[in-house]
Structure formats: C-alpha cells, structure tokens
Design a protein around this ligand. Structure first.
Ligand code: MN
Length: 395
C-alpha cells in the first residue's frame, strides 16, 4: 500500500529526470548566507553522496573564495557534474573553464523589463552576446546550460527565438528561469511543452518561491517534458527562495512513483547540515524536514497512525530519515495514553485512563504547549505512583 490518491495515481513520469542542485550558487545568494570554501566542499560532498546529478557550485568570477570553492569541488567530486555560473561574457566563461568544472550555467536576461532597465541593451545585443558565450564555452569543452533569466516574463516569440539561437550555438539545455516566481503550474506545464515541441531542446526548470509555487511549478514543468529540475536544499535562495530539493524529490517519488536516484533517507541529514552551515533555521512547517511534519498529538490522528503510517502522512517518516513523534496536547486522547502505558508496561481500567487524560489535558493547558514524549512518560508514571492502589487494581 502506498500513500497515493486515485486522482494523481496515473501521473507517472517515465522519462529520465535529473536534479541540478544550486544550493551553492542561488542558495548562496541568500542575503546573509556565507559559505566558506570548506563549507561548500562539505555540502558538495554530501550532495554528491546522496545522488544529486549536478552541482552548481558557485560564481568563479565573483571572488577568490568562490573561484577556489568551484575549483576544489570540481577536483574532489567524482560522480556528479560540477557547474560554474557565468554571465554571457568571455571573461566569466573563461573563469568557469579554468576551475576545472565540467559544466557551465550561462545566464542572460530575456524579458523586456530586464533588457531595458537592468542591462540597457537591445534584444539583438542580448542574442549576440549569449551566442558568443555559448560558442566559447563549447569550444572550451564545457556542458552548457543557458538561462533565460526572467524567462517567465519573456513574450513567447522571443523566448522561442532565444532557445533556437542557443541551440544553434551548441547549448545542451535551456534553463527556463521563473526569476520572480510568478508562474502557475498549468501555464508552466504548457509553456515547457511548447518550447520542447517548437525548438527540440532539453529544458531545465528554475523556479522561485515568491508566491509559494516553486515546487508546484517545478513538478508541472517536469510533467510538461522538462528533464532537469534546479533546486536548493531547504529552498534556500533569493527572497522566498527556490524549489526545495527535499520536497521535489519526495513529491516525485510519492506522486509520480519516480525514483530519480537521490537517497531520500538521507535528505534530513543533508537538510540539517545546510541549516547548520547556512545558519538559516528550517521552518516549523517546512515540508519533509520541518519539526512539525511527523509530529502528532490529536486523538483521532494518533489513533489512525498507530494503526497505519499512511492514515495521516504522505510518506512513512523513516523513508525520508525522520521518525514519527507523538506528543500529548489538548486534543490528545486515550489511544496515545494506551500506547504509552503499553510501552511502560502498565494496564489501567478505562475509568482511570479517562482521569489520566483529563489530568494531562489540564497540564498541557497550564504549560500552553504539548508534553514531549519524555514528559508524557514521566507524567504518567507520577500519576500512577500517586495512586499506587490503581496500578495494583489493574492486575
Ligand atoms: Mn534564481
């Protein structure tokens, strides 16, 4: 039995899907996050170990530190492809090649607003710059992904032309960037499908989370035919961040039955490592890795979960390196008490269990929080001891 819905169970993805993790580039662009060379290597090694296919390791031209990080990662990582980020100019492209990275992400803005206000260049100039950069990168032997930055606000005739130009210049894939996170899944799916149909180029989706749709848009793009997903650990990134690696790969498994080769049971470990190094705390409700997502207290839920893990969970927590946690709170019931009593090895008559429940609910209200598993155990033992008669009554 799987945690499937009859409404999504037919949505199988049979194509090869690969993960491009950009924690060390777009994630590193999070204001206030600073990864040293050593930090980057530690994260890169774990990303490689858990099966990510490509690591966007940094922006070599930005600082000696980032250059050195990309160089060392390219040198030390053997399995995953290592990518450096570059603007569409010869100096940036050469810097990436010199690090020893095998892949490059060349970025050029394509939307009217970016061309006019940010770059102040014409559409023709943008095309010519990106064309030259791609040719140079290919001549240097790099795998080339080309971003259409702000692609989601680029009129289709331009986006299509851009994809044609980069393909002709030798690019290996188009990175469709939803730079301000403005797409919706239905549109994303159709847009990706259309680009692939019209141009015949591999597409990578790079989605931002400004409206909370990064993961949804990423999945929709994959449904539409994209073969690469650009993600970050814990969704780190500019503003509201990027599509979270741990959510995308878990959703691919749960919803689409797709195993992309990333070890789900190590996602939590990876997430905690990035939390520690980035010093950006994981949100309480963050899917898959948040404190709360496998913690249960209310009576009806606990009762169901004690019978089967999928009654109230999208995946069994062990599959993503987590554990189910039962805490006692104002809505907790006798199932949780019974479960605890059983663990302690005590049996109580129903009437006393009800009294105990009342006592524990009062306690939770006084504390204005849930009792942890440990506190619950102690509280039950104290209650039982204070009513020594009761324990013997049960035998
Ligand atoms: Mn981005």
């Amino acid at each position: 039995m799987e945690a499937v819905s009859p409404y999504t169970s037919g949505k199988l993805l049979t194509r090869t899907i690969r993960i491009d993790d950009t924690t060390l580039r777009d994630g590193h662009q999070t204001p206030g996050v600073t990864f040293t060379v050593e930090d980057k290597i530690e994260i890169a090694k774990m990303l490689d170990e858990i099966g990510v296919h490509q690591l966007e390791a940094g922006i070599p031209v930005s600082s000696p530190e980032d250059w050195e990080a990309v160089r060392q990662i390219a040198n030390e990582i053997s399995r995953a492809s290592v990518m450096g980020w570059s603007r569409a100019n010869p100096r940036d492209v050469e810097a990436v090649a010199r690090t020893g990275a095998d892949a490059i992400a060349i970025s050029m803005a394509t939307s009217p607003v970016h061309l006019k206000y940010k770059l102040g260049i014409s559409w023709q100039e943008a095309l010519s710059r990106v064309k030259e950069a791609v040719k140079k990168a290919k001549a240097l032997g790099l795998y080339v992904s080309v971003s259409a930055e702000d692609g989601s606000r680029t009129p289709y005739r331009f986006l299509r032309r851009y994809a044609e130009v980069i393909k002709e210049a030798g690019a290996d894939r188009l990175r469709l960037a939803d730079t301000i996170g403005i797409l919706i899944p239905d549109v994303t799916r159709k847009l990706v499908k259309r680009i692939i149909r019209d141009v015949g180029i591999e597409v990578e989706i790079h989605a931002h989370n400004d409206l909370g749709l990064a993961v949804a848009n990423t999945l929709a793009a994959l449904e539409g035919g994209a073969s690469w997903a650009s993600v970050t650990v814990n969704g780190l990134g500019e503003r509201a961040g990027n599509a979270a690696l741990e959510v995308v790969v878990t959703a691919l498994k749960v919803i689409y039955g797709k195993n992309v080769g990333v070890k789900l049971d190590r996602l939590y470990e990876l997430s905690k490592l990035v939390e520690k190094i980035s010093e950006v705390p994981i949100g309480h409700f963050t899917p898959i890795v948040g404190e709360n997502v496998f913690r249960h207290s209310s009576g009806i839920h606990v009762h169901g979960l004690l019978k089967h893990p999928y009654t109230y969970q999208v995946i069994a927590p062990e599959e993503v390196g987590r554990k189910t946690e039962f805490v006692f709170d104002k809505y907790s019931g006798k199932a949780l008490i019974g479960y605890k009593l059983n663990m302690i090895g005590i049996e109580l008559p129903d009437k006393v269990v009800e009294e105990l429940r009342f006592h524990l609910v009062q306690k939770a209200y006084r504390l204005k929080r849930a009792l942890t598993e440990e506190e619950l155990k102690n509280e039950i033992e104290r209650f039982v001891a204070s009513r020594g008669v009761v324990a013997s009554e049960t035998l």
